[in-house]
Design a protein around this ligand. Structure first.
Ligand code: HEC
Length: 210
């Protein structure tokens, strides 16, 4: 009886010794599958290409252990006009891509699992860089009147270049909210179209030309 107990004890400590020796070399076991895929450059899911030649989504921000690689499919099929960088997740939209509505499935894979993230993208194009006097002022005049178009109105006035360019972040934020969300603009109006949002976005991207 006593010998058996001794043997078990010896075996147990030997095992413990081996296990603790092994600790340092233990391979890293990933536990977190890819999650929370996001593209900070296109919070609106509206992509403007054409004059801009190519548009890029910016590197994907994503959670997950170990190396994550990316691939994607689109509906309608992209036919080489969209590409994904398989290590950064950045999506590139080429100028040959037709304007329209695309549904994209981005697949992110690590050693634990693969996850599919569905995104809806509106692609539009601009022929030339938008300017305040040709494109932006008429848009704000038609969509934001009478509230922001009256200099005496008590609300921010957006029909002069200085005010509108300085407020572009706030304008883009408000027009991309959903109508049932607080602060949606145009207040009590129809949401701007993807093209109109793309115009404002393009004006900002191209350096707020007067
Ligand atoms: C029917 C009136 C109305 C229309 C139309 C309207 N707004 Fe507004 N807007 C308001 C009111 C009232 C506020 C203040 C309340 C708030 O901040 O939500 C406001 C606030 C804002 C703000 C925040 C201003 C700040 O300094 O905090 C922005 C940006 C804005 N509107 C943009 C727009 C844009 C762009 C359009 C057109 C696409 C538009 N609004 C159309 C009434 C309107």
């Amino acid at each position: 009886m006593k010998t058996t107990r001794l043997i078990i004890l010896a075996l147990a400590s030997a095992l413990f010794f081996i296990a603790s020796c092994d600790d340092d070399n233990e391979p890293f076991v990933p536990t977190v599958p890819p999650s929370n895929l996001d593209y900070p450059n296109h919070p609106s899911d509206t992509v403007t290409i054409g004059f801009f030649e190519e548009a890029t989504s910016g590197p994907a921000s994503i959670l997950g252990d170990t190396v994550i690689s990316f691939s994607f499919t689109s509906r309608p099929y992209h036919e080489g006009d969209m590409a994904i960088d398989n290590s950064t997740g950045e999506i590139i939209f080429r100028s040959t891509l037709s304007p329209g509505f695309y549904e994209i499935d981005v697949t992110a894979v690590n050693e634990v699992a693969s996850q599919v993230f569905r995104r809806a993208l509106v692609v539009n194009k601009l022929e030339s860089p938008p300017t305040f006097s040709n494109d932006i002022q008429p848009l704000l005049q038609s969509k934001c009147a009478p509230c922001h178009t009256n200099p005496e109105g008590g609300l921010p006035y957006y029909l002069d270049y200085a005010n509108a360019s300085q407020a572009i972040e706030a304008i883009l934020d408000r027009v991309q909210r959903s109508p049932d969300e607080g602060g949606f603009m145009p207040m009590r109006g129809e949401p701007l179209s993807a093209e109109e949002v793309g115009l404002l976005q393009g004006w900002q991207n191209e350096g707020l030309i007067e």
